[in-house]
Design a protein. Sequence first.
Length: 291
Amino acid sequence: MWTPIAEEAERAARVLHPDGHMMPRPAHRRILTIANQKGGVGKTTSAVNLAAALTSYGMRVLVIDLDPQGNASTALGVEHTSGTPSVYECLLGEIALTDAAVPSTQSPDLICVPATIDLAGAEIELVSMVAREQRLKQALDPQVLDQLDVDYVLVDCPPSLGLLTVNALVATSEVLIPIQCEYYALEGLGQLLNNIELVRAHLNRQLHVSTILLTMYDGRTKLADQVTNEVRKHFGERVLRTVIPRSVKVSEAPGFGQTVLAYDPGSRGAMSYMDAAREMVVAQYEAESVR
Ligand code: ADP
Ligand code: MG
């Protein structure tokens, strides 16, 4: 029988000895947008740490940094100074995704298409372009993804609902929304859901919100539980059971160009991202077995 301590030890062992808990690669590739137009809710943190966790289960993962800030690139230890081949040139159609994709410091199985500050102009430059909403979709060509041999693609969005985020929503079939367990957590969510519905209706029939991840949970506050309950009531099964705790290690890791899994694999933050990623993989197997 599992005691809480045994469970904790087992989880720590999984993080520290990754080869011991490989999971079979899924039959179908999953392509997810990580979106929430609010800044600072944990989009980037979740993108890079879920990616790292998925990699440690044996998946090959591509992170597309679609935020001109380039925070995901930083956390994955990937060069992203102006002029580096990046998602910007991919959107313009100047280079292929394979020309911009580079392995992270985390793992050769975690690859990243970085964002440079050049992307800051894209939001405006795209406006006058042909098929301006389809640019990322064109870059995410299935053959190119086959070539990269990835099981998961995670697109880290900027904190806005502009053309970059629309490009992500058009190019992917699933949306993962990180929600911070804080005041005003649900504010603005309606607007995001409306936009997703608009894109679904007009540009991408497959698009749906598949996953909600509660982040920065602080168990000492009543408010965190209120937000958690409200989100679960609204989104039901789509909310991962794992909640990401607020943890200093999680916020320190990017400063070292690392994910929290590399920076402090035994920490609560690392383990919770491992658990969240495992839930996503298991949900996928279940979906594939009934397909
Ligand atoms: P977004 O991409 O939505 O703007 P980030 O992932 O960059 O949000 O997170 C915003 C800030 O909060 C960052 O400084 C990050 O390090 C910090 N942060 C994110 N998740 C956690 C967590 N679980 N515990 C502590 N700090 C966190
Ligand atoms: Mg971000």
